[in-house]
Design a protein around this ligand. Structure first.
Ligand code: GLN
Length: 543
């Protein structure tokens, strides 16, 4: 069977939630039992996302296969409850390096290498070979950026050409603004952008309209005329409370049936089991809003851009919904905790039911995070540390419980007397930055009786990593003797993967367990953390 394609393009502006639309369309196709995968094209010339600053670009998502990819992959995996592969991340950087490698090999001997036909053919054959490799019925291709950008122009042209040979359905995601003073939804920007898309030879099959309020009927009609579509093909994607509601919202407007018809498909029926598993989560999430409310402080250095911690936020949401807790996340800029008095610190952190320190790089804000961890330990506030959060939990413990004054990671202080966190041996000779950290899925072995083992309910787990520094085994016995339990290591025992406090709920992992949390399968340690936060809150309220 030949793979069929849905291509999702953005009109007008970025940040419309094209990734959520792509994920939702893929989810709908999954509800209908199609073997579907999303694929993302990003126009930038970086080879992958690994060298990008999360504060500018949002979180760097990591896959099992070591791929450092766009944060949209987090949405794809969370919606579809599948592990993606980095084949599905195509960047301008990858395409250019491949085309130049081909040229050097002599694949184009005698020819001048051009965008059309060489690059476009390269893109099409790449997409077809991925479809074949993964035996896909359908692929949903998200084109990063906006129609009109220079960076994605050649890619959109490749999609136009793909449509000459294969079944392709085009979905344009646009924005319909409403000026408060006029009180009316405006279609003119979309009309102009549609014209631009049509000049490129593409006429969309569906237009998904982001707006604050539901799309007005006359707006549908107007856009239908401009795009030569029936008005049912103009879909409302107005603000909703949870991104996970979008597949249902699209289906309520009949997108599932219309999409399948446009793909010339009719043999698959709706899989009620898959649909109801998703709906169960939605129902839980809605109900949880009325549950016991808990405040979780996320203490990090990139809190100004929420997207930097997208997976942490989602993992907290999944666990809270599952445990019927109304979650209130407090984003705390770690630097702000540095120069303040103990009393001010207590004012900032004292009413939290849980503290989380996520991953990060570089030394800005580190001391503020360490202060937050100390506060959590001394006040028995449940603590969860992720990657950097585990390294800092170790440093805090070494400094304050093992008398190793000034203990640090060599990432932050090369000359520290007590290098409790140090560069991994395997990293010492690496000079190149891109793709060279300890990346992707690695096994960890958990200790009996530990918080981690109780959470995962198994001894050997596989989680994703992205780091260069590690727990220094030289300090293992001293730290353990003083009460920091090492509860997870690599199977060969060489790298520490998990540490825990012995007197209160505190657990931190070298791996990023937030990355694999999904609505239909919340991360085990997040469940334990939220459940401890709920207990902590109950105890505190009773006092
Ligand atoms: N900066 C630390 C390291 O490289 C932690 C990385 C992270 O939190 N992802 O080891």
């Amino acid at each position: 069977m030949q793979t069929k394609y849905v291509v999702v393009l953005g009109l007008l502006l970025s940040g419309l939630g094209k990734g959520i639309v792509t994920s939702s369309i893929a989810k709908i196709l999954q509800f209908y039992n199609y073997r579907v995968r999303p694929l993302k094209f990003d126009g930038y010339l970086n080879y992958d996302c690994g060298t990008m600053n999360p504060y500018r670009h949002g979180e760097v998502f990591v896959l099992d296969d070591k791929g450092e990819v766009d944060m949209d992959f987090g949405n794809y995996e969370r919606f579809l409850n599948i592990d993606m592969n980095s084949d599905f991340s195509i960047t301008g950087g990858k395409l250019f390096s491949e085309i130049i490698a081909k040229e050097r090999k002599g694949d184009f001997l005698g020819r001048d290498v051009q965008f059309i036909p060489h690059m476009t053919e390269h893109i099409i054959s790449k997409i077809e070979s991925i479809s074949e490799k993964y035996k896909l019925d359908t692929m949903v291709i998200e084109v990063g950026g906006t129609v009109g950008d220079i960076e994605n122009n050649y890619f959109i042209e490749a999609m136009r050409q793909l449509a000459l040979r294969r079944k392709v359905v085009f979905v344009a995601v646009t924005y319909v603004p409403e000026l408060a003073t006029v009180g009316e939804q405006k279609t003119k920007p979309t009309q102009l952008a549609l014209r631009m898309l049509m000049q490129m030879g593409i006429s969309p099959d569906f237009i998904v309209c982001r707006s604050e309020k539901p799309l007005e009927e006359n707006v549908r009609e107007k856009l239908a005329v401009f795009s030569s579509l029936s008005k049912e093909h103009i879909i409302s994607d107005n603000d909703i409370e949870s991104i996970y509601e979008l597949p249902m919202k699209l289906m309520q407007q009949g997108l599932d049936k219309m999409l399948i018809a446009s793909l010339n498909e009719d043999h698959n029926t709706l899989n009620q089991e898959k649909l109801s598993s998703w709906k169960t989560y939605l129902e839980r999430a809605r109900k949880a809003k009325e549950g016991a409310s808990i405040s979780i402080g996320v203490v990090g250095k990139y809190v100004g851009l929420r997207d930097s911690y997208a997976s942490v936020k989602e993992a907290l949401n999944h666990a809270a919904a599952t445990l019927n807790a109304a979650l209130n996340i407090k984003w705390i800029e770690s630097e702000e905790l540095e120069g303040i008095s103990e009393q001010q610190l207590a004012e900032r952190l004292g009413n939290l039911d849980g503290i989380l320190v996520p991953g990060g790089f570089g030394n800005r804000g580190i001391e503020g995070m360490i202060r937050a961890i100390k506060y959590a330990r001394e006040n028995k506030i449940p603590y969860l540390g992720l990657c950097l959060g585990m390294q800092l939990m170790t440093i805090e413990y070494a400094r304050n419980m093992c008398n190793l004054k000034g203990a640090n990671s060599t990432e932050f202080d090369k000359n520290t007397k007590y290098k409790v966190i140090d560069l991994m041996e395997s990293q010492r000779w690496i000079k190149q930055k891109g793709g060279t950290m300890r990346l992707g899925a690695w096994d960890a072995v958990l200790k009996d009786g530990s918080i981690a083992k109780k959470a995962y309910k198994k001894r050997i787990i596989s989680e994703r990593h992205r780091h260069r520094y590690e727990f220094n085994n030289k300090y293992k016995s001293l730290l353990e003797k003083n009460g920091l339990n090492i509860t997870g290591t690599t199977p060969d025992g060489k790298l520490v993967e998990c540490v825990e406090w012995k007197d209160s709920f505190g657990v931190a992992t070298q791996f990023h367990c937030e990355l694999k949390s999904r609505p239909e399968a919340p991360a085990p340690l997040f469940l334990s953390f939220i459940s401890s936060a709920l207990k902590f809150q109950q105890v505190m309220n009773k006092v």
